[in-house]
Design a binder for this molecule. Structure first.
Ligand code: GDP
Length: 417
């Protein structure tokens, strides 16, 4: 039986690659921390806390513990972008197989909405202006909470949702929904505040119209700040366009323009890669069919349009490509930096400990040398003493003989008197 949250649906998710790398890195850094701690104790005992090397190694320990903390918080981040009502919120909800984001609120808020997982069993909201979490138990409550809050432009609202309810949140994917591009965007600050650590960008386009210059500008700016950003383009609302007579022609046009955008304009992909980044989907149909699948209720007739299976496949194919891309990118960008710092720390620590070892060896040799010198001196002294003793003995003998002689003279004199 399905768990109703997609947990069982794809046991071999590429996202596991990230989780495995995270847990392995964590084990390695815990090992390094033990090694640094041992070295720190040794230096403390042999050289004391004022010693420069002790201080350096103490600094290493803090760095390693910092990396371990950072690792625990590391996640994969995807940012959604596009005009209001193109279906960004619906796409995120379909991927989460949960109606978390209220749709259609893009008009009323200029905020970024971030959906991230928690181990807690209840969802809550976090805003920039307060430390206090605000409880949310339903989507309705979230929508009214969002519209009643007075929020600064470009602030971030974090929707912290139980991991148990969504596979992607459980796998450490964080979703960011941007305000629509038509809401007077300050693109530079958007990018600085919310996009620099993004692993993947999804441009949600509307299949009924071509990409706008403002939508393109955003990605021009992103690709000047991040080297080769990973960009997916979803031509959403394809359920509406597909019934048009010229649907195939329109599709071809979208393909050509989007491919050109990714290859010639942004230079973030070659032709082959670009075609694997463009998908014709219906987020609405994907969401509806998934919610019914998970609750094991039949999808009402009329809610899915003609040839819907094709669009559902396209949505699943997008997710598969997205999962491969985001996990690889996150492992590379996040863990590579940690691993380089880890390597530097262990190499520096090795140098210090080798130097300490050589110093200890030298000290032992000096000590042995000193002992040898003392032994030589003692022997010399001993000999000197022997000589001295001989000399004294001789002197005493002479003295005694003289005394004897004097005494016998004195005795003779006495006898003669
Ligand atoms: P956002 O402003 O980009 O986040 O757009 P929303 O996700 O809020 O969607 C705006 C409206 O378009 C909502 O009423 C959705 O139900 C609808 N919508 C979203 N995706 C699709 C789609 O694929 N097909 C159709 N027909 N409607 C959609």
């Amino acid at each position: 039986r399905s768990l109703g949250n997609g947990h069982n649906s794809r046991p071999t998710s590429p996202l596991k690659f990230f989780a495995r790398a995270k847990s392995k890195s964590n084990d390695i850094f815990k090992g390094i921390a033990e090694y640094v701690l041992e070295a720190e104790h040794f230096l403390q005992e042999t050289k004391g806390e004022e010693n420069e090397e002790f201080k350096v190694v103490h600094g290493f320990l803090e760095m390693v513990n910092g990396i371990i903390d950072k690792l625990a918080r590391d996640h994969m981040k995807v940012v959604f972008f596009g005009r209001t009502s193109n279906g960004k919120s619906t796409t995120i909800n379909a991927m989460l197989r949960n109606k978390i984001l209220p749709s259609g609120i893009g008009h009323t808020t200029n905020c970024f909405l971030q959906v991230e997982g928690t181990e807690a069993s209840e969802g809550f909201l976090l805003t920039d202006d307060s430390e206090d979490p605000k409880s949310i138990s339903s989507i309705k409550q979230l929508a009214s909470a969002l519209s009643s809050m007075k929020l600064k432009e470009n602030s971030l609202i974090r929707i912290v949702w139980p991991k148990e309810k969504c596979r992607l949140l459980k796998e450490d994917v964080v979703f960011v929904d941007s305000p629509g591009i038509d809401v007077t965007p300050d693109l530079d600050s958007w990018i600085d505040q919310f996009c620099l650590d993004a692993d993947v960008f999804v441009l949600v386009g509307n299949a009924e119209s071509t990409l706008m210059q403002t939508e393109k500008n955003f990605f021009h700016k992103v690709s000047s700040r991040l080297s080769k950003p990973n960009i997916f383009i979803l031509q959403n609302r394809w359920d509406v366009s597909v019934n048009e007579e010229d649907a195939d022609e329109v599709k071809e046009q979208h393909y050509t323009r989007n491919t050109q955008f990714l290859t010639d304009e942004l230079k973030v992909a070659d032709k082959q890669e670009a075609t694997n980044r463009i998908f014709f989907v219906s987020a609405k149909e994907a969401l509806i069919s998934r919610l019914h699948e998970d609750s094991q209720t039949p999808t009402p007739t009329g809610s899915l349009q003609k040839n819907f299976a094709e669009r559902l496949f396209a949505f699943a194919n997008f997710e598969r490509a997205f999962e491969v891309c985001i996990s690889q990118s996150a492992v590379q960008t996040k863990f590579q930096t940690h691993s380089e710092r880890g390597k530097k720390i262990t190499a520096d620590l090795k140098d210090i400990m080798e130097r300490t070892y050589t110093e200890c060896l030298q000290a032992c040799e000096d000590h042995a040398h000193k002992r040898q010198e003392t032994a030589d001196e003692l022997e010399y002294l001993d000999k000197q003493l022997d000589l001295l003793t001989e000399e004294i003995k001789d002197k005493i003998k002479v003295m005694v003989e003289e005394v004897e002689r004097n005494v016998s003279f004195a005795l003779n004199d006495e006898i003669k008197r």
